[in-house]
Write a protein that binds this ligand. Structure first.
Ligand code: CTP
Ligand code: MG
Length: 237
C-alpha cells in the first residue's frame, strides 16, 4: 500500500565479493579470505559488514575453485542472501564470473568489495550506494595520500615527483550502475587492478566519496596484526 513502505526509494543492491585470491603476500596456508582474525574469517567479516550496512540485498562471492565447498560452509549462517561461485585466474575474471551469475537488470546498484577489506565500515557502503542511487555511473571511496609519491625509471632513479594534493588512495566497495559495470567488463579492456579502472576506459565518469582507514586492505602480516590489535577490537566494542 502506498505510504506503508518505510524506504520507498531504496535501490536494489547486490554486492560482488572477489575472494578467490591465494594471499601469497600474507603467506598463510589457506586462501586469505579464510584467514581468521579473533576467530572470525575475513570472508565472514566482509560479508556481514555488507549485509549489516542495511543497504545490501544480496552478496555473490567468488571462491578459489578448490575451496568452493569450504566457502559455502563458512557462508551458510548468512542463509539465502549469499551465493558462492567459482572465481577466476585474476581479480577481474573473478568479478566477471560473479557478475555473470546475476541477471542483468535485477539490481539497480552493483557493489564490488574485496574480501581483503573485511573491516570496511557501513557508513562507507551507504555513501557509495547513495552516490550511485543519486545518478553517478560509478563511485569509489578514496583517502588522501599521506606519503610523497615519486616516479622512477627501470634503474630506480627518480624521474618525477607527483603533486600529492591531487592523488587519492582507492578503496572498496566501489559502486556502479548495473549497465555500466556490465559494459565495462564486457568491453575486453586490459586487466585493471580495480573495476573503476575499467569504467574509466569506457569513458564514463567515476566520482569519489570519503573512504575510511578501517577499510584498509589486508595484504601482509603487518596488516593482519593491525586488524588483530585495532580493527577487530573496535568491532567487538
Ligand atoms: N581475488 C580474486 N581472484 C583472484 C585474485 C584475487 O577474487 N584470482 C581477490 C582476493 O581474494 C582479494 C581481492 O581480489 O579479496 C584483492 O586482491 P589481493 O588483496 O591481491 O588478494 P590476493 O590476490 O589473495 O593476495 P596476493 O596478491 O598477495 O596473492
Ligand atoms: Mg592479488
Amino acid at each position: 500500500m502506498p505510504g506503508q513502505n518505510s524506504q520507498p526509494d531504496r535501490p536494489k543492491v547486490v554486492a560482488i565479493v572477489p575472494a578467490a585470491g591465494r594471499g601469497e603476500r600474507l603467506g598463510s596456508p589457506v586462501p586469505k579470505a579464510l584467514v581468521e582474525v579473533r576467530d572470525v574469517s575475513l570472508l565472514a567479516r566482509a560479508v556481514s559488514g555488507l549485509l549489516d550496512s542495511g543497504v545490501v540485498d544480496a552478496v555473490v562471492i567468488a571462491a578459489p575453485h578448490d575451496y568452493y565447498d569450504e566457502f559455502v560452509r563458512v557462508l551458510a549462517p548468512f542463509g539465502g542472501r549469499c551465493e558462492v561461485v567459482v572465481g577466476g585466474h585474476d581479480r577481474s575474471s573473478s568479478v566477471r564470473l560473479a557478475l555473470d551469475s546475476v541477471p542483468p537488470g535485477a539490481y539497480d546498484v552493483v557493489l564490488v568489495h574485496d574480501a581483503a577489506r573485511a573491516f570496511a565500515p557501513g557508513e562507507v557502503v551507504r555513501a557509495v550506494v547513495n552516490a550511485v542511487h543519486g545518478g553517478a555511473p560509478a563511485t569509489i571511496p578514496v583517502l588522501p595520500v599521506t606519503d610523497t609519491v615519486k616516479v622512477v625509471d627501470a634503474a630506480g632513479v627518480v624521474t618525477a615527483t607527483q603533486d600529492r594534493g591531487v592523488l587519492r588512495a582507492v578503496q572498496t566497495p566501489q559502486g556502479f550502475a548495473d549497465a555500466v559495470i556490465r559494459a565495462a567488463h564486457a568491453a575486453g579492456f586490459d586487466a585493471a587492478t580495480d573495476d573503476a579502472g575499467l569504467v574509466e576506459q569506457l569513458g564514463e565518469n567515476v566520482s569519489t566519496v570519503p573512504g575510511h582507514p578501517d577499510a584498509m586492505k589486508i595484504t601482509t602480516a603487518f596488516d593482519l596484526a593491525i586488524a588483530e590489535a585495532v580493527l577487530a577490537p573496535k568491532e567487538e566494542a
